[in-house]
Design a protein around this ligand. Structure first.
Ligand code: CA
Length: 231
C-alpha cells in the first residue's frame, strides 16, 4: 500500500514515514502543497495524509485540486481544537481527519480503517499482506519472515528493510532511498549504515540458502529478485 504524506513539519513527517514504513507501507513525503499535489497527480496512491497548514498552497486547496480528478482516500491532519477545519475538510471531500498531536496507535488505526474502506485490506486483497520472492515469504501483518518454511530471526529494522525491497521487487533501490525510508537520515557518504544492514540481512536471508535473492547493483544500490524467474 502506497501512502503520500503532505506535511511541512519535518520531524512529524519523518516520524509518520518511519511508523508507516515499519508497518509495511511504502511512503512518499512532500513538504509543501504544490509538491504534494504534483506527486499526487503523477503517482497512484492508496491513501494521502494531508496537513491543513502548509506553506504556499494550504491543505484545503490541495484537497480540492486532488478531488477534481481523484477519489483516493484523504486523511486530513488538523489542529486538535479546530472543529471548523474538520467540518470544512469533510465538506471538501476528505475521508477522515486526525487532530494533532496524535498518538501513533491512533494514526495507524485511521490508516488501516481508510485502507479497509477503500477495499485494500478487504478479505479479497488479504494476499497483499504476504509477499513472496522465490521461497522467501514475508507476512506484513504478523511481521514474520520465512525461507523455505523456516522462520528467519530479523530485527525490526531488518524487517523494514526487507519489506521495502520485497515490495519493490525487481527495482533497484539506492542507498539514499533506503537510508531515508528505513532510518530517516539524510544521506551522507561517510555513513555505511545501509551497507552494514544489507550485509547482516544477507547473512540471514541469503547466505544459508542456495538461491540468492538480494543483489548488489554496483554504483546504484540493491535489488531483490528471483533471477531464476523470467530471465
Ligand atoms: Ca503544517
Amino acid at each position: 500500500m502506497k501512502v503520500l504524506v503532505i506535511e511541512d513539519e519535518k520531524k512529524l513527517a519523518a516520524y509518520v514515514r518511519r511508523a508507516l514504513t515499519e508497518h509495511g507501507y511504502v511512503v512518499d513525503v512532500a513538504s509543501d502543497g504544490v509538491g504534494g499535489l504534483h506527486l499526487a497527480r503523477e503517482t497512484q496512491y492508496d491513501l494521502i495524509l494531508l496537513d491543513v497548514m502548509l506553506p504556499g498552497m494550504d491543505g484545503f486547496s490541495v484537497l480540492r485540486e486532488i478531488r477534481r480528478t481523484d477519489r483516493v482516500p484523504v486523511l486530513m491532519l488538523t489542529a486538535r481544537d479546530k472543529i471548523e477545519d474538520r467540518v470544512r475538510g469533510l465538506h471538501d471531500g476528505a475521508d477522515d481527519y486526525l487532530g494533532k498531536p496524535f498518538a501513533l496507535s491512533e494514526l495507524l488505526a485511521r490508516v488501516l480503517a481508510l485502507g479497509r474502506r477503500s477495499g485494500l485490506n478487504s478479505a479479497a486483497n488479504a494476499g497483499q499482506n504476504v509477499l513472496h520472492a522465490g521461497d522467501l515469504e514475508l507476512d506484513l501483518l504478523r511481521r514474520r519472515a520465512f525461507r523455505g518454511g523456516t522462520r528467519l530471526d530479523l530485527t525490526a529494522k531488518e524487517f523494514t528493510l526487507l519489506s521495502l525491497l520485497m515490495r519493490k521487487q525487481g527495482e533497484v533501490l539506492s542507498r539514499l532511498e533506503l537510508a531515508e525510508q528505513v532510518w530517516d537520515i539524510n544521506f551522507n557518504s561517510n555513513t555505511n549504515v545501509v551497507e552494514v544492514a544489507i550485509r547482516r540481512l544477507r547473512g540471514k536471508v541469503d547466505d544459508p540458502f542456495p538461491l540468492k535473492l538480494l543483489h548488489t547493483v554496483r554504483g546504484m544500490g540493491y535489488v531483490l529478485e528471483d533471477r531464476t524467474k523470467n530471465s
